[in-house]
Design a protein around this ligand. Structure first.
Ligand SMILES: C[S@@+](CC[C@H](N)C(=O)[O-])C[C@H]1O[C@@H](n2cnc3c(N)ncnc32)[C@H](O)[C@@H]1O
Length: 351
């Protein structure tokens, strides 16, 4: 995201620095769950290092020249800034992570939009590190403190493990807070999995694979799948996907790619399964992202290739489907979802 008008949390996060209430440390700062945007470039922020697990946001930071943080880097920082995610366990675990990267005497600075749960996120940080300085602006709250000895070490220990990997769905999958539908099988994906015909065959891809539910379903229903590429933007989800497919990877080639699908995919496939995202990291619905996934699927399918897709019924994907494919069949509509099979012509170049 590069338009600041659409990212008031980023702008508000840096307000205490811009207004001189916090001095930018000579040794730089770590920014966790970082996003790019003009506030990061409004004035020099020497020594800024950004951590980001979501590939499109990572790529945007990289493109604008921000130094990216590698978890293997053992440095601690005099200022740790963060944009806490909405999911509370994930946000609490991120606070604990921020403290593990903070130098003695350092400052933690966080900001969240009011409609993303700012009050609870602020209260959580206060529980962990004591009283905060708080400013409300741009429908966001920015809050900070120099925790020193006020850290609640019992809570810190508990929160450190809150986003740990754990089994879900009677032990069939590994998952963790923060990834899509982390503690359940998503109903839309379940409907798609149950609708998949057993005759899908050849080289397959899963676009936006999450922790791997659809990929596992595809492989268990369709014996003719010969290889599988999983593309996923969230690095944590991708690692879970890889682990959830370990057994299948013993019998056929499976590759997991940390990849922004909206930039296109490198391979060519006979089958693509997809429950496309229709949100960016923050903010309102973005059906344009789902439409782009459909375009990318159409580009990546071989002649005769088949896309199996699930979407919320209200999402306007019909034009993208008609444009990219030769035959589009609505297989079923149930529980607010539609299952679509879209097929490319067998004659290359003919539609
Ligand atoms: C609706 S979820 C489906 C997840 C999984 N396939 C399932 O069925 O449970 C969409 C997934 O797409 C991922 N995603 C979002 N934007 C992406 C992008 N630009 N490139 C690749 N994956 C993306 C999300 O992290 C999420 O895991």
């Amino acid at each position: 995201m590069s338009n600041a008008a659409q990212d008031p949390a980023l702008e508000t996060l840096l307000l205490p620095v811009f207004e001189g209430r916090l001095i930018w440390p000579a040794d730089g700062a770590l920014f966790l769950n970082a996003r790019d945007g003009w506030p990061l470039h409004r004035q020099p922020l020497p020594g800024l290092v950004a951590g980001q697990q979501f590939k499109p946001a990572f790529d945007a930071l990289q493109r604008s020249g921000v130094e990216l943080f590698d978890e293997a880097d053992e440095r601690r920082f005099p200022l740790v800034m963060l944009l806490p995610p909405r999911q509370r366990s994930e946000a609490r675990a991120l606070y604990a992570h921020a403290l593990s990267r903070l130098m003695d005497g350092g400052v933690v600075l966080a900001c969240q939009a009011n409609d993303e749960g700012a009050k609870s996120a602020e209260a959580d940080l206060a529980k962990l590190i004591g009283p905060l300085t708080v400013v409300s602006k741009n429908k966001c709250r920015v809050y900070w403190s120099q925790p020193g000895s006020a850290i609640n070490s019992t809570l810190l220990e508990q929160w450190r493990g809150l986003d740990a990997v754990r089994p879900i769905a009677d032990g069939r999958f590994l998952s963790r807070p923060g990834v899509f539908a982390w503690d359940r099988i998503d109903l839309a994906s379940k409907l798609l999995a149950e609708s998949l015909p057993s005759d899908l065959r050849g080289r397959a891809a899963d676009l936006g694979a999450g922790y791997g539910y659809l990929s596992v379903a595809l492989l268990s229903r369709c014996a003719g799948i010969m290889s599988l590429d999983c593309f996923e933007a969230d690095a944590r989800a991708l690692e879970l996907c890889r682990r959830n497919l370990e057994a299948d990877a013993k019998r056929l080639p499976i590759s997991c790619h940390w990849h922004d699908v909206t930039s296109g995919v490198p391979g060519r496939y006979d089958v693509i399964v997809c429950n496309p995202p229709f949100h960016a990291q923050v903010g309102a619905e973005r059906p344009d992202i789902g439409r782009r996934f459909i375009e990318v699927a159409a580009e990546a399918l071989n002649p005769g290739g088949r896309l199996w897709l699930v979407a919320n019924r209200h999402l306007p994907y019909e034009l993208a489907l008609k444009t990219g494919f030769d035959a589009v069949n609505t297989i079923t509509q149930q529980g607010g979802f539609k299952i679509i099979e879209a097929v490319k012509s067998r004659k290359a170049g003919v539609r």
